[in-house]
Design a protein. Structure first.
Length: 247
């Protein structure tokens, strides 16, 4: 029987705490998650912060783009999850705050959401933080932006990379990003992993990924049925909002 996949807390334990916040990450460590996953973007004043959405409206009610606000102003905005307690609020953490707390304690998947026009500045800042906190061996970097993955692969061959496969549109998938092409792109940038959405989970695809010497991670696994399929197909890791249910 295949070994159990690594359980990655998607944006922390986002089913119990506000996503991508320090309490969500701490909860994941407490329950024994194998990895943490989070998203990184750059503020107006070029600070790296941990947040998924490009705009703050869903999390705060404030219709402001992350790259149009300074870190000081961002810290003044409370974020929440309407599905949790109405009295529970949080704040967007910086990448440095995360690294101070968790570097060396748990592995993590850092997804680069977007790259501004200052691509070298942003990547240089990211590399400096990872080096300063000695997190090079703990981090797995991913992005939907293939150009970003190419740059990182060329600049830092010591960092582990994962190519992300999108889930948005089947026609787009069939035309531009079939299984073989996805694998070729991962190999081209020197990635170790290929991450695919649960709707693309096929036993044959997982076999092809493994045959290419890559690891296969699946997102976002929510149901026991999907988890059993991941286990049956030999998936190496999953991303889930409910890690407490699969550990």
């Amino acid at each position: 029987m295949p070994s159990k996949p690594l359980i990655t807390a998607h944006r922390g334990v986002s089913s119990l705490e506000i996503e991508n916040t320090m309490p969500a990450f701490k909860k994941a460590v407490e329950i024994g998650a194998s990895m943490l996953e989070f998203d990184v973007q750059q503020t107006k004043d070029n600070q790296l912060v941990i947040i998924h959405d490009f705009n703050l409206k869903r999390l705060s009610g404030e219709d402001i783009d992350v790259n149009k606000i300074s870190l000081d102003d961002l810290r003044k905005i409370k974020i929440f999850n309407s599905k949790l307690s109405k009295d529970k609020f949080g704040w967007v953490p910086t990448l440095e705050e995360f690294l101070k707390e968790f570097a060396g304690k748990i592995d993590f998947n850092l997804e680069i959401k977007s790259i501004s026009g200052h691509v070298f500045t942003e990547l240089h800042q990211l590399f400096n933080l990872l080096d300063f906190y000695k997190a090079q061996n703990s981090v797995l970097i991913s992005s939907f932006d293939f150009g970003v993955m190419q740059r990182i692969g060329a600049l830092r061959s010591d960092l582990k990379l994962a190519v992300l496969v999108g889930s948005s549109d089947l026609r787009w998938w069939n035309r531009y990003f079939d299984e073989k092409r996805a694998i070729r792109k991962a190999l081209f940038v020197g990635a170790k992993n290929l991450h695919l959405p649960v709707k693309k989970l096929r036993k044959n695809f997982i076999s092809k990924i493994h045959g290419a010497g890559l690891k296969a991670f699946v997102y976002a696994v929510c149901s026991g049925k999907d988890f059993e399929k991941c286990l049956k197909y030999g998936v190496d890791g999953i991303f889930t909002n409910h890690p407490q249910e699969f550990i």
